[in-house]
Design a protein. Structure first.
Length: 401
């Protein structure tokens, strides 16, 4: 066994899935508190990939798989975006033959392989007593599997889409909304100068929170979300009317990457799927823009209206975290340590109804979190809908009401 065990124990931490601002503050919060409580902290590199690629031999250099964390290391990265531990979409229970680490190929040579036994051995080799995965529902679903195998897991929710069940808030969402509003406001000057319709595609595979919340904040006139297939003619009519009522002669809409409209399907950019079975999306903004330009004359006295079509993509997940994504990760990290100090595991730290709390870990796999169309989306006006703000969570649509 690697000689890294210290009292009262060893905590492992990893980040998986897409990067977001707020990951490094979360790693810092866990590490600083843990070290002061006497624990040692090991950062597994590249998400679950680091957990499967370790070679259990003290003579082998495994620095590409893990590193022992210190205050100096985490303080240096703690205020920055991204994740200094790096990330991947590795799913140890479903590893393709071509992705099996070389030293394991002899024992795992099927077309699809479950390397969970190796993960368990590697965690034991590192002496890890508690494991803190930070990720979305994909990354955390494997955390649920490890918990069922006996690993002491405390999970921290992270995803720009804000769609991890059980919590009102996931790390990365606020910065995504902030960036979306900023970039929309930057591009609206061009839309107004040229009297055009502005179409902006944002992330959101199955949930439309990243489109509906900025629209609610006034960034856009309309939004199209994965939870509802809109009628493209109705969308065109609404946007043309929005444009013509605006003294500056432009209108703005946001569309989630996983959205579609009547007669169309989810637009796939790349047929290849990741370890969790997800194809790469992208292109619904292009498709909607083409149809808007084709249909606009019908609602504009026969006159054409041109389109500005912009895919925001990674611009909303890059850079430094905003205030909320600096504060919440700090709190989540400390919540995780509170649970460890109490000897509690199998939990997901959450924000619920404005209060920090924790939930059973299996909430991650027991339900889906999407926009409640009936409560929060007007299907005729294609924009957010709400009757009252009283007793609603901070981001309004982001709780299972």
């Amino acid at each position: 066994m690697a000689n890294i065990k210290t009292k009262p124990g060893v905590i492992g931490i990893l980040t998986g899935g897409g990067d977001v601002p707020g990951l490094n503050p979360a790693i810092r919060a866990v590490t600083i508190r843990a070290l002061r409580e006497g624990y040692q902290v090991i950062g597994l590199r590249r998400g679950w990939a680091g957990a499967i690629e370790i070679i259990r031999d003290k003579a082998v250099d495994n620095t590409n798989c893990y590193q022992v964390l210190t205050e100096e290391i985490v303080n240096r990265a703690g205020r920055t975006g991204g994740t200094f531990l790096h990330t991947s979409r590795t799913r140890p229970s479903h590893v393709k033959k071509s992705a099996v680490p070389e030293h394991l190929m002899k024992d795992y040579n099927a077309e699809m392989n479950d390397l969970t036994p190796e993960v368990l051995k590697n965690l034991d080799y590192l002496g890890i007593d508690f494991l803190i995965p930070i990720g979305g529902d994909d990354t955390l679903s494997y955390g649920v599997q490890l918990y069922k195998e006996g690993v002491k897991v405390i999970a921290i929710p992270k995803t720009m889409d804000n769609d991890v069940p059980g919590t009102d808030y996931c790390i990365g969402f606020s910065t995504c909304v902030t960036r979306t509003i900023q970039m929309t406001n930057s591009l609206r000057t061009s839309a107004g100068s040229h009297e055009r319709l502005l179409v902006m595609e944002v992330f959101g595979r199955y949930a439309g929170f990243t489109a509906i919340v900025p629209t609610m904040a006034g960034a856009a006139n309309r939004c199209v979300i994965p939870e509802y297939k809109c009628n493209i003619e109705r969308l065109t009519e609404l946007l043309v009317n929005d444009r013509n009522r605006n003294p500056s002669k432009y209108a703005v809409m946001l569309v989630s990457e996983g959205a579609s409209f009547e007669g169309s399907d989810m637009v796939i950019q790349d047929e290849r799927t990741d370890a969790y079975g997800h194809a790469k999306l992208g292109g619904i903004g292009d498709l909607i823009s083409q149809n808007l330009e084709r249909l606009a004359p019908k609602f504009n006295n026969g006159k054409a209206i041109h389109i500005i079509n912009q895919k925001l993509g990674y611009l909303v997940r890059g850079g430094d975290p905003d205030a909320i994504d600096s504060i919440v990760p700090m709190a989540y990290g400390n919540l995780a340590l509170d649970l460890i100090l109490k000897g509690v595991h199998g939990r997901l730290v959450v924000l619920k109804n404005g209060r920090y709390d924790n939930m059973p870990l299996d909430v991650v796999t027991s339900s889906k979190k999407v926009v409640n169309v009936k409560e929060h989306y007007n299907t005729d006006r294609l924009r957010p809908h709400y009757k009252s703000f009283e007793m609603k969570p901070l981001f309004l649509t982001t709780s299972e009401w």
